[in-house]
Ligand binder design. Structure first.
Ligand code: BDP
Length: 723
């Protein structure tokens, strides 16, 4: 009997620990684990021995709560809050509240901050060193508090800290492609967080934790609904629910936006038209704005996908994007709201190269939008591929604020089963030089508004968040949410810094763990390019769901939905000729780049087949033929995943069983799928190249027919009914 009890006890303890390990995933990079180093612990204990933190509003209370939860976890004892500023060792307060003597000590730093920035500084005050977190605004204090905790999680030496930081981009937004039925278009981490049925009464703890996580990296806006929009979200029944979410998020400096379906006046307003020049329609939108702002005074505005992939828009009435966007902008203007108008357009009635269409359509509108309109452009001209040259509208639109749209959810990068560190991709685009105002006109400078002095700057990321226990499906996909937020705050950060911060706060501060795992993260993006879309290949994904390879697909209703449109493989060679002998998409870039991209010899090889159709025996820089080069890249991608597996195995001693196992299993899937990509693509392209696989490339173990016959009717994230 006694033995039996012990077994039960052990089992209970075991299941409890497994459960709590899973719950660790939920905490994201805000784990606040106990600090192990005795010296660090002591120095932090001194730092926080008495904390002055008056909190007289919700944002400050949230900051103070974060501190009250985090510090005891990290330091092992409760926080000693004090009302006595003079005796405190850590002072967290708004600048305008500080005594003059303290203000003087940080005046210069504070003067240089913008409204969301903060200062963290050690200063000599009353004959002793104290630490100060200050800002011009409450939200600055919240960001400063999160940063302090972040530095502590990384065991940074805070003794002489002097740091002043402000976000470089105004709107740092997540775009949720969440539907009202809680499915998520291109979502791979479960269902939508927004539980519409239980709202507005039931406030899920997840809403709060979502807001905390966002605020901790500076994300300050969220679009709750899918760009393929449903007008119902604009009806009173849903607005009441949106209001409840906005109330939670407000306390963390996050503004709510909604997607606005262009035909909403017809669908929910009983009007006969949605013509933007019709007075009734204009009045309807103005009233709608008024109704929303009555509930949500800090409502951010609308995100609109119009006349794109079947979505309604102004063109139905013979009007254009400017008419549509400005009509909504007029409605929102009195309340301070913005219109984020997407430029993701390409038409089935236009046989121009799809990569050219958005530029052709939007460039003539430059300078014509109202001042509360931002045009949102995807990072590349096609569609969130593993690698694309930057979208030519960046730098070309000179008088229109242009928002960067990245995709954090991995629609084209292995869903939530592949470990791919996306900041590498984001930074490659941000660092690209547009040359539109001479050398150094980087995409980052366009996006942060500094190149053309735009009044609003914005960066959006299509969210990878769902109701999976770990939020993002793959534990390492959390790093992509984190990294997006960090880059939206500061688009000049390096991938190395971001990976290191995330690893330290999520897993461990041990160098022996961090270095190899960081390396694994940093190479993971190139690996996925290699095993999916090497040398500039793109959009060769299987139909609809985009799960796995489908380079052979040629039967979709629109030519530009078919992979064969993009790779153009034939017996003579492979690639899309976008030079002056082909679609001439190169002319949309600044002359320096146009020239460079027109010549295969000066085109970076990573974009070779994006811009050129080349013979199979074209000689690459390595000396290999194009065919051999493609095959070797596919093999390299597979080998890189094998290396990732070995690296992860070596990290086992630093990980809990759960942490180790979950990523190990996912990496096995990634390896299987990398091989699938390699085999399927090479077998298919070989039908044109008619050449053997070069030495070093593994022979596929299945036939092309077997790969072609695979069907995935239930692949996740597939488009539901769009209406
Ligand atoms: C494509 C997605 C589709 C989105 C579209 C968009 O496949 O689900 O609706 O982008 O961004 O990549 O509007």
């Amino acid at each position: 009997m006694k033995q039996f009890k012990i077994v039960i006890l052990l089992f209970t303890l075991y299941t409890a620990s497994v459960k709590s390990q899973h719950l660790e995933d939920y905490k994201l990079w805000l784990k606040y684990g106990r600090i192990e180093s005795k010296t660090v612990l002591q120095s932090y204990a001194d730092l926080v021995s008495q904390v002055y933190f008056p909190a007289d509003n919700e944002v400050l209370e949230n900051a103070k709560n974060e501190l009250s939860t985090a510090l005891p976890n990290m330091l092992g004892k409760p926080v000693a809050f004090s009302k006595n500023l003079a005796e405190s060792t850590l002072i967290i307060d708004r600048y305008d509240q500080l005594p003059n003597a303290l203000q003087k000590l940080i005046k210069e730093d504070v003067d240089n901050l913008n409204d969301e920035g903060y200062v963290i500084k050690t200063v000599a005050y009353n004959d002793k060193n104290i630490s100060l977190v200050s800002a011009k605004t409450n939200i600055g204090i919240l960001y400063g508090t999160f940063r302090l905790l972040n530095l502590m999680q990384m065991n940074e030496d805070l003794a002489g800290v002097s740091l002043a930081d402000s976000p470089k981009i105004d709107l740092r937004m997540l775009n949720h492609w969440d539907n009202l039925d809680r499915s998520i278009e291109r979502g791979y981490a479960g269902f939508s967080l927004w539980n519409w049925q239980k709202l507005p009464e039931y406030i899920d703890q997840r809403y709060i934790d979502y807001a905390r996580a966002n605020a901790s990296v500076g994300i300050n806006a969220t679009v709750l609904t899918n760009v393929n929009a449903n007008a119902l979200v604009l009806t009173p029944m849903y607005l009441e629910k949106v209001e409840a979410l906005a109330k939670v998020f407000r306390g963390y400096g996050i503004k709510v936006y909604l997607t606005a379906r262009f035909s909403a006046p017809i669908e929910i307003g009983n009007l006969k038209t949605a013509d933007p020049l019709n007075e009734e329609v204009q009045k309807w939108w103005s009233n709608k704005a008024k109704e929303i702002y009555a509930r949500i005074p800090d409502f951010g505005g609308f995100l609109v996908k119009a006349n794109s992939e079947g979505q309604p828009g102004p063109q139905k009435y013979g009007r254009n994007h400017v008419d549509g966007a400005n009509m909504m902008a007029t409605a929102l203007k009195p309340f301070g709201g913005n219109v984020i108008w997407r430029a993701f357009v390409y038409s089935e009635h236009d046989d121009t190269d799809r990569a050219k269409q958005a530029y052709d359509e939007f460039l003539p509108y430059d300078g014509k939008f109202k001042d509360n309109v931002v045009v949102q452009v995807k990072n590349g001209a096609i569609d969130f591929q593993p690698r694309e040259p930057f979208h030519p509208l960046f730098g070309a639109l000179k008088e229109t604020p242009i928002a960067m749209e990245f995709q954090i959810t991995q629609e084209y990068l292995g869903f939530s089963t592949h470990l791919v560190f996306l900041p590498k991709l984001f930074i490659e685009v941000l660092e690209a030089d547009t040359y539109q105002k001479g050398p150094g006109s980087t995409v980052a400078k366009v996006v942060d508004g500094s190149l053309y002095n735009n009044a609003i700057s914005a960066m959006a990321g299509v969210s990878n968040i769902g109701n999976d226990l770990n939020w993002t499906g793959h534990p390492f996909a959390q790093a992509n949410w984190y990294g997006f937020g960090r880059l939206a705050w500061n688009p000049y950060l390096s991938a190395d810094e971001i990976a290191e911060e995330w690893l330290r706060t999520t897993y461990s501060n041990d160098k022996n763990f961090i270095e190899p795992i960081k390396e694994m993260m940093l190479t993971s993006r190139e690996a996925v390019v290699n095993y999916m879309n090497p040398l500039g290949l793109h959009h060769i994904f299987d139909t609809g769901h985009h799960y796995g390879p489908g380079p052979w697909v040629d039967n979709l209703s629109r030519p530009d939905w078919n992979p064969i449109y993009y790779h153009k493989a034939d017996e003579n060679g492979i690639g899309f000729d976008r030079t002056d002998t082909g679609s001439n998409a190169t002319e949309q870039y600044a002359p320096f780049l146009e020239k460079k991209f027109n010549d295969p010899a000066t085109t970076p090889e990573m974009f070779l087949l994006w811009f050129h159709h080349l013979p199979w025996d074209y000689k690459l820089k390595s000396g290999n033929s194009l065919w051999d080069g493609i095959a070797l890249k596919y093999q390299k991608g597979v080998d890189q995943v094998s290396t990732m597996i070995a690296t992860w195995e070596n990290a086992k001693p630093f990980l809990t069983v759960h942490e180790y196992e979950e990523v190990k299993m996912l990496l096995q899937i990634q390896l299987k799928e990398a091989k699938w990509w390699r085999n399927a693509c090479l077998l298919y392209f070989q039908t044109f190249s008619k050449r053997p696989l070069p030495k070093g490339v593994e022979q596929p173990n299945k036939s092309l027919e077997e790969y072609r016959s695979l069907k995935f009717p239930f692949a996740p994230g597939i488009r539901p009914q769009w209406n």
